[in-house]
Design a protein around this ligand. Structure first.
Ligand SMILES: Nc1nc2c(ncn2[C@@H]2O[C@H](COP(=O)(O)OP(=O)(O)O)[C@@H](O)[C@H]2O)c(=O)[nH]1
Ligand SMILES: Nc1ncnc2c1ncn2[C@@H]1O[C@H](COP(=O)(O)OP(=O)(O)O)[C@@H](O)[C@H]1O
Length: 184
């Protein structure tokens, strides 16, 4: 059976990764989005198994110990990781599998999936990133400041990825993303 491909979308919190992924999945339902595990508490409206698998710290640590995560990272005081089994199953079925993850995990993916296409989403400016994080109204002030701190470190390594796309105009970014995913 033809082997599928892994596509990794990364970039700072608030840049629009989730928005781009939702638009991509709407237009291309054949894409498979991996659902991550996290120790973060659900936000209002988030659904178990749809947005994330919400786990206790000890359940997450037991997944790490049993090598059930393809990659994982600590981010803003919580653990986040990609469950391995589903991704491997879908890749073996020949599907295009999408991961939406932070930068450390996206770098680590290179070890297990050297052929993964890793795309870094950039904001038009750090001021616009802060504006997006605040206007989303999903995070506390402390969480926003942790995300902005982390964003500065993340933006500094954007050139280590296969492709960078600036999410200024959403439609333009989406078209560039489609080109990167489907023309390779
Ligand atoms: N390494 C890694 N990062 C993840 C995973 N799932 C989500 N993330 C990232 O963790 C960060 C925080 O996610 P979240 O709390 O949902 O905030 P949001 O992305 O700003 O809405 C984001 O950069 C996500 O892309 C994962 O499985 N592994
Ligand atoms: N191109 C864009 N222009 C303006 N606002 C955007 C754009 N893309 C996303 N946003 C908004 O920015 C905020 C953060 O987007 P989100 O997809 O949650 O980011 P991430 O998943 O990277 O944390 C949301 O309120 C979203 O509606």
């Amino acid at each position: 059976m033809a082997s599928g491909k892994l596509i990794v979308l990364t970039g700072p919190s608030g840049v629009g990764k989730g928005t781009l992924v939702r638009a991509l999945l709407n237009r291309h339902p054949q894409l498979y989005l991996s659902i991550s595990a996290t120790t973060r508490s659900p936000r209002q409206g988030e659904v178990e198994g749809n947005d994330y698998y919400f786990l206790s710290k000890s359940a997450f640590e037991s997944m790490i110990e049993q090598d059930q995560l393809l990659e994982w990272a600590e981010y803003a005081g919580n653990y986040y990781g990609t469950p391995r089994a589903k991704v491997e199953e879908k890749i073996n079925q020949g599907l295009l599998v999408l991961l939406e993850i932070e930068v450390i995990g996206a770098k680590a993916i290179k070890n297990s999936f050297p052929d993964a296409l890793r795309i870094f989403i950039l904001p038009p400016s750090i001021e616009e990133l802060e504006y997006r994080l605040r206007s989303r109204k999903t995070d506390s002030e402390a969480a926003i400041l942790r995300r902005l701190d982390r964003a500065k470190e993340e933006l500094a390594v954007s050139d280590e990825f296969d492709k960078c796309i600036i999410n200024d105009d959403l439609e333009i970014a989406l078209t560039q993303l489609e080109k990167a995913i489907f023309s390779d």
